[in-house]
Design a protein around this ligand. Sequence first.
Ligand code: PLP
Length: 390
Amino acid sequence: MNTFEIFDKYVIANYKRFPVSLVRGEGTYVWDEKGVRYMDFFPGWGCNMLGHCPKPVVDAVCRQMQELIHVPNSWYMPKQGKWAQMLSERGFGGKCFFCNSGTEANEAAIKLMRMYGSGQKRYKIITFEGGFHGRTMGSVSATAQPKYHEGLGPMLAGFVPAPYNDLEAVKSLVDDETVGIMLEPIQGEGGVNVPSEEFLKGLRELCDQNGLLLHFDEVQTGCGRTGEWFCYQGTGVIPDLMTLAKSVCGGIAAGVLMVKEEYAPYLRPGMHAATFGGNPVAAAAGIATIEMIEQENLLENAKKIGAHFQERFQELKSQSDLVKDVRGKGVMVGVELNVEGADVVQKCMERGLLINCTHGTVIRLLPAMTLTEEEVDEGCDIICEVIKSM
Ligand SMILES: *Cc1c(COP(=O)(O)O)cnc(C)c1O
């Protein structure tokens, strides 16, 4: 049996997969089983922000694997502590809880918010249409997109969806039972939607006036994606809670909840845990990721190539009626089309470039922050030619 046949027989078909089987990656490129090379502008669904197999992370993980792979959180681990410190010092201070994925980090945030409100019987969390927070029952209930709820009901109660970027609507939804507001500071899966600064500032004020917790889901926007360590740093608004995952360990699975010092005690011993959370291998990878970003000045590079992506697609917009809008920040790029984008993804793949389409019509790129301007041009040339040829 070939790989596709083995999948047919033994792997649950809950993903729509391209008929390509990948075996190796290096920097901007991946290779399939037949030896075909692809340039990857959506590496690891946003997880491989340092490109494929970044050497400092590979080396740190290999070293760690020979020393200690896993010990439970009933013990102290020097690297977990150091990793927490490094994240805290680059963010708003405060403390970390470690887990293994984005959805798990959001579950921890939801539990913390509920425990914070429990003394006053407050439990409602305002969420946003078009948001995406993950697939476990709590996070998917917080994901205010009906297509992700189909057949799963009843959903977890207590999430109150509001239209994104509409402050007045949020104000009208706050009541005595509201405990927090949860959102992506730029919606990723929902179509690379960038809110106004006034909206985020208004949410912060609303939270301060009503004793609500503000939670930014930075699973996609965090860890340098926008050219800052965290997206909030470019907005002038500081959240009370922030969740990270995807690229936080340069491609190794991990999730993090970061919370301001004063709210950290609400996650009490016995009330929450993750067996593998903050394990030595993830911690070694997390530390190596931060060090590589700093040593190679990659936040600056993300800003620089991000601006170049915007230029390239703004130029395309002026040349093609198919392009409706160009959005994003840093290496988070959205190109909204007037037509379905699946065809563009397919044609780019045939020409050796991997990209993504979300929400039907939005071409989404989450490229590595290590790209050179020449590589950006090489990929953008393909996307532009494909769109112009349609
Ligand atoms: C991908 C994503 C998640 C879910 O992360 P998993 O690691 O797949 O559980 C949650 N929130 C946002 C904003 C995401 O982009």
